[in-house]
Design a protein around this ligand. Sequence first.
Ligand SMILES: [Zn+2]
Length: 290
Amino acid sequence: MQGLVDNYLSPNSPDIGECIYCGERDAPLSTEHAVPYALNGPWTLLRASCKRCADITTGFERDVTRCLLPHVRNVLAMQTRRKNKRSTTLPLEVHRDGIVETVQVPRTKYPTYFPALLFPKPGVFWTDVPVPGVFSDLRLLHLAGPTFAEASKEYPGAHFVGARMNFSADDFARLIAKIGYCAAVASVGLGAFTSTPIRNVILGKDDCINHWVGSWWGEPVNNTGGGLHQIRITHEMPGHKLHAIIRLFAQFGVPEYHVVLGPADPTYVASDQWPKQWADPKNPEDYLRV
Ligand SMILES: [Zn+2]
């Protein structure tokens, strides 16, 4: 499908040679996609995840891509490794006269919404006491087909016409954490992340997800046109604290997310592997785009 090509596609897929989550070097290592393959993510890290960690990350990725976004993916004809299984119709739920009926409608007649989760800012900015879980609010962004109100006119007497979505806000937030971390490793290098808190969030060892992952509430950082997904990596002084600001599905007005990656390793900052543009404090370009 035209228009889904990411204009900021980075051609380099760095070869990492160790698991970016647990440091394993000796086991077989697989390619890691920052944004999942199923969501047309263009950025990859080669030899970057061991089997044990890949099982954890693919677990929450599958939950999000299959439960949160199946209809979005279907309507946008996103890539899948199982093309022949894609359905040409989608299930619409109609409640009428006390009866719940599931009607299969063609894709073009299906009210398609993007379920965008809104979080507070990462908790690290407003509390010293990390709280388990995530706080979230759901905003439905209309993407294609009729609206729910328009679709309900086809079913006179119905008091509910819609879709059922089963998903976990925790899984979505952990996926955002993974996307931000992978993008930062791709652009800054793994050596910067010797003490990042985000690995434990991704691996499910830290339940206080919202402390490190939230919505971005400042001025928009990434563009809304052009690419499908855009990510900006910034560093904050003092201490070279690293942040990822993520916009997925840019052209649909999905809000931006903010992942706090913690301070960069000081030895790495002093090395010549640290991004050159960050070495000059007067450089106005204080971000890297991946
Ligand atoms: Zn691992």
